[in-house]
Write a protein of this length. Structure first.
Length: 299
């Protein structure tokens, strides 16, 4: 049984379809990233899965249940980490987890949760004294308090510095290793590429691409980019092939067959006994593919 199964999901506001017939399946134990620009239908889809909105048509199953018709059963088995959670700031970290945990039929021990999110030294601290990153960790712990089978993570590292982001990634990886299913939304493409087993990209209410991070990048029609500094004593006209651009002795070339091009360049450099300093080869990134598919940034 799939953890999440969506068939021909449609959500219309007025005359405007926010979600326009999407199909999606998330297998148990997967970290699944749903990516899309603001207004693409991503948030609406997640809110339907969480039971907060009703679909116009189509079917949705979460852990084998209808999130609207069987809302209690679903909510007992899912965890939700929103971008911002309203928690009484006078409570301590331990008190907040004890209170929130009291509503679940099964729950993870408070001390275990505090250790998991790295708040051991703040267990007795009041929430109002926590830094932004520490509050985000507490929100993650609150999402895990009911020992969910499925966890919704909405922009989990927004506002984190690089070190805190990496620590949050480790927490997500630990949860995945325990067999938890995780649906992740994020605007950080490196985060999706690092954490997700599978990615779906949504634009204008439709799924425009789906696959592993590697698969999505491999489908890109963009060429590889080769960059290097022009060796001393040589000019652009000396190169064995014309560059795409050249400025301040920095040369860039694009090719769909970079191995062949590199062979030409390195053979040329060896014949002249010169170095191709700062030589690099880069393939399109997940961010490049995302921008290409969603049109974000297009004029």
């Amino acid at each position: 049984m799939a953890a999440i199964e969506i068939k021909d999901l449609v959500k219309i506001y007025g005359a405007t379809p926010a979600v326009d017939g999407i199909d999606l399946m998330v297998e148990p134990g997967q970290v699944f990233a749903l990516l899309g620009p603001n207004g693409a239908g991503k948030t609406t889809t997640v809110e339907i899965l969480e039971g907060h909105r009703t679909a116009t048509s189509g079917s949705v199953k979460v852990l084998g249940m209808d999130p609207k018709a069987e809302s209690r059963g679903v909510r007992e088995r899912i965890g939700i980490v929103l971008q911002e959670t309203a928690v009484e700031r006078e409570l301590t970290v331990t008190e907040a987890l004890e209170i929130y945990g009291g509503v679940y039929p099964r729950r993870r021990p408070t001390g275990e949760l505090i250790d998991l999110v790295g708040l051991s030294e703040k267990a007795s601290a009041r929430i109002k004294t926590l830094s932004g990153g520490q509050q985000r960790r507490l929100e993650l712990a609150l999402g895990l308090v009911g020992d969910p089978d499925l966890l919704f993570l909405d922009e989990p590292t927004t506002g984190f510095d690089p070190s805190a982001r990496r620590q949050a990634w480790s927490i997500v990886e630990n949860l995945a290793s325990l067999g938890k299913t995780i649906l992740l939304t994020t605007h950080y493409m490196d985060e999706a590429q690092h954490l997700a087993d599978e990615i779906a990209i949504i634009a204008q209410g439709r799924i425009v691409a789906e696959g592993t991070p590697g698969d999505l990048v491999a489908r890109s029609i963009d060429e590889a980019t080769i960059r290097f500094s022009l060796p001393t004593g040589t000019s652009v006209s000396d190169l064995p092939l014309a560059p795409t651009t050249a400025s301040d002795r920095r040369v860039m070339l694009r090719s769909s067959t970079p191995t062949h091009l590199l062979h030409q360049l390195t053979s040329w450099a060896l014949e002249r006994n010169v170095e191709l300093n700062d030589l690099s080869v880069s393939r399109p990134s997940l961010e490049d593919v995302y921008l290409q598919l969603t049109g974000v940034g297009d004029e």
